[in-house]
Design a protein around this ligand. Structure first.
Ligand SMILES: O=C(O)C1=C[C@@H](OP(=O)(O)O)[C@@H](O)[C@H](O)C1
Ligand SMILES: C=C(OP(=O)(O)O)C(=O)O
Length: 669
């Protein structure tokens, strides 16, 4: 997951390949609760692992449910209608699928519970559900604002009998909550729920009914107005259940296939885990994408999508049945041949954020013209490539804003897109951006590189690795490549001299190296410490003076330039390896400061060291590095000099990040 302050996505060109999607949030949280209410063990395969399911799992554990995780599945020991803990404070984040159904279930089971969430959850309505439950004799108090969480749930004085009336026009989750919880009171008599007002988001009720049926409860439905839970209903675990991949998450990759030309290797975007026969309503996003021109074929649990009409056709669509995936249509509308109208989406206002206002504001930043109505959005795409703008997308802690706006990086103007707070995708799809980058392609020249060059012990490694971490970029420690080459050559019995140049170069070309955080791996072995000795440093300097070795390592170094970007540290990154890098830093510090830092580093690792000797060695090495015939150590002409003698690491990092921001086209929006 990208836990950076922002994620800059370079302009993207094409996409192709296979994505295996994580499980459905809506199915996962329903199955978890139904499994907990049943007797016996339910083994859940391919459960979504995200913020929303974690809060549900955490709550169930607090209530006394045993949960055992093993490879690919989670076993839930059901409570059989009796809570082990009848007092608990449950934090439910921003998961509507946890807050609403748990409120209903706990209000009927009785106890002393406090249900709360993040600040936004306390702005998301729950009054219609509370009103419905109170008709039954449930005791629920508002701890903050009337009609909103946090809530206190007490012991009910149940008066079953009359039909329970619930409003259906704010969120379908209120009806879902009642449908899942009311079998608790249906032992002796039918329980009837009547929907007041037009029910929204109907396909989510179909998911609920489908899963209730899996757990032995056959609800009778009369149109969308009246639901009857038959007397004698009892939750029965299906034993094992498999969770389909999330159809709303699929929408981003369906859109990806629709708006991008395939890559030379792969024409289509293939989505695994969910197919056209999904039980999730958001699968009907396919119909909308087809209307816009996408070509989509499907089989059992898979979809293949490719670009059809281009530009996409504008659409005018009632999106009430696909409220979540419809946000993706708003982004596809940027690539359409005219204005698109997404109608009947008033519920957007009470989700993770006010999505109507948020989408309108962010789409406008990209250059679209947007009309925001009470319950609709009309999106007119930028009139020409020149009308697109590079934008820093504010994401409002809304996973879907972050995910759908990433697709704007395919804009025809070749502009990057900044996604603020990218970790908000953790609500339903923690590895969304990794999945996107695995399929997306762009020209290497468009992938940003920051070069940090400088003499030994200047702190390049720390600075570069920290920058990479802060920006979510890959990290290349090119100095380590020479050290690793030297180590590998030594282990192969090759002397590090010109006579063995060809053999060492051949070895270097196939170097199986990986940088994992601050670890260095060579051919499956951790060589982090082995390459950090003074001797390894001297040996690296020797092999780096062999021109054939440098040539062999160039391809290897270029291969580190991958989405979303790279920070490369070394001695010739800006001058030789990545001459087109957007930002080049030449990092220096006085020989005295550097010797002192190296001294402390060695002593802290338990290596013997003498300060004066270190200083003499450093000076000798500087002289050798800057006088060698190939790629001598010198600042690139366009490098910015940073002397960090008197700077902390944080100060150096902030300085470079400041320069980096200054080079981006996002302004301060
Ligand atoms: O029941 C569900 O799983 C959901 C119902 C929908 O909410 P509304 O019924 O509030 O539209 C949807 O937006 C949400 O992401 C999940
Ligand atoms: C509206 C959403 O979430 P929730 O389940 O919290 O309502 C969503 O995932 O888009």
């Amino acid at each position: 997951m990208f836990a950076t302050e922002f994620l800059d996505i370079p302009p993207l060109q094409a996409a192709g390949g296979t994505v295996v999607l994580p499980g459905s949030k809506s199915i996962s949280n329903r199955v978890l609760l139904l499994a907990a209410l049943s007797a016996g063990t339910t083994t859940v395969h391919d459960l979504l692992d995200s913020d929303d399911t974690r809060v549900m799992l955490g709550a169930l554990q607090q209530l006394g449910c045993d949960i055992v995780r093993s490879e690919g599945c989670v076993a839930i020991e059901g409570l059989g209608g009796r809570l082990k803990n009848a007092r608990a404070q449950l934090f439910l984040g921003n998961a509507g699928t946890a807050m609403r159904p748990l409120t209903a279930a706990l209000a009927l089971l009785g106890g002393d519970f406090e249900l709360s969430g993040v600040a936004r959850m306390h702005e998301r309505p729950i009054g219609d559900l509370v009103d419905a439950l109170r008709q039954l004799g449930c005791r629920i108090d508002y701890l903050g604002q009337e009609g909103y969480p946090p809530l206190r749930v007490g012991a009910p004085a149940l008066q079953p009998g009359a039909p329970i009336r619930v409003r259906g026009d704010v969120s379908s989750q209120f009806l879902t909550a009642l449908l899942m919880a009311l079998p608790l009171t249906a032992a002796a008599q039918d329980v009837v729920i009547e929907v007041v007002g037009e029910l929204i988001s109907k396909p989510y009720i179909e998911i609920t009914l489908n899963l209730l049926a899996h757990f032995g409860i056959a609800v009778r439905r009369d149109s969308w107005q009246r639901f009857t839970i038959p007397a004698g209903s009892r939750y029965q675990s299906p034993g094992a259940i498999h969770i389909e991949a999330d159809a709303s998450s699929a929408s981003y990759f369906i859109a990806l296939g629709a708006i991008t030309a395939g890559t030379s290797g792969q024409k289509d975007v293939r989505i695994e885990g969910v197919g056209a026969d999904s039980i999730q309503g958001d699968i009907r996003f396919i119909e909308a994408a087809r209307l816009m021109g996408a070509q989509i074929v499907s089989g059992p649990n898979w979809l293949e999508v490719s670009r059809g009409a281009w530009p996409l056709h504008a659409i005018d669509l009632d999106c009430n049945h696909i409220p979540d995936a419809a946000m993706t249509l708003a982004i596809m509308a940027l690539f359409a041949d005219g204005p698109s109208l997404l109608r009947n989406i008033a519920s957007w206002r009470v989700k993770e954020t006010d999505r109507l206002t948020a989408m309108a504001a962010e789409l406008r930043k990209l250059g679209a013209m947007v009309e925001e109505g009470a319950d609709f959005l009309r999106v007119t795409p930028p009139a020409s490539p020149a009308h697109w703008r590079a934008a820093s997308i504010h994401t409002y802690d809304d996973h879907r804003v972050a995910m759908c706006f990433s697709l704007a990086a395919f804009n025809p103007a070749g502009l990057p897109v900044r996604i603020e707070d990218p970790k908000c995708v953790a609500k339903t799809f923690p590895d969304y951006f990794e999945a996107l980058f695995a399929l997306a392609h762009t020209f290497a020249a468009r992938i940003p590189v920051i070069c940090v060059d400088g003499p030994t012990a200047s702190g390049k490694g720390t600075l570069a690795a920290t920058l990479a971490h802060r920006l979510g970029y890959h990290y290349l420690d090119s100095g380590a490549l020479y050290r690793i080459t030297a180590l590998a050559a030594g282990r192969a019995g090759l002397a590090l001299d010109a006579a063995h140049e060809v053999a060492i170069a051949a070895l270097a070309q196939r170097l199986p190296v990986r940088f994992v955080g601050d670890q260095v791996w060579l051919d499956g072995a951790d060589v982090t410490d082995a390459i950090r000795t003074e001797e390894a440093g001297m040996n690296a300097s020797k092999v780096s003076a062999l021109p054939a070795v440098r040539t062999a390592l160039i391809t290897l170094q270029h291969s580190f330039r991958q989405l979303p970007g790279l920070v490369a540290d070394g001695r010739d990154m800006g001058t030789v390896i990545f001459p087109d890098a957007l930002l080049k830093i030449y990092l220096t510090a006085s020989a005295g400061h550097r010797a002192e830092r190296r001294y402390k580093q060695l002593i802290s690792k338990g290596f013997p060291a003498i300060l004066d000797n270190l200083r003499t060695d450093l000076e000798a090495r500087d002289a050798r590095d800057s006088s060698r015939s190939v790629a001598p150590l010198k600042p690139a002409g366009d490098a910015l000099l940073l002397d960090n003698s008197d700077l902390t690491i944080e100060e150096s990092v902030n300085q470079v990040l400041g320069w980096w921001r200054g080079k981006q086209p996002f302004g301060t929006s």
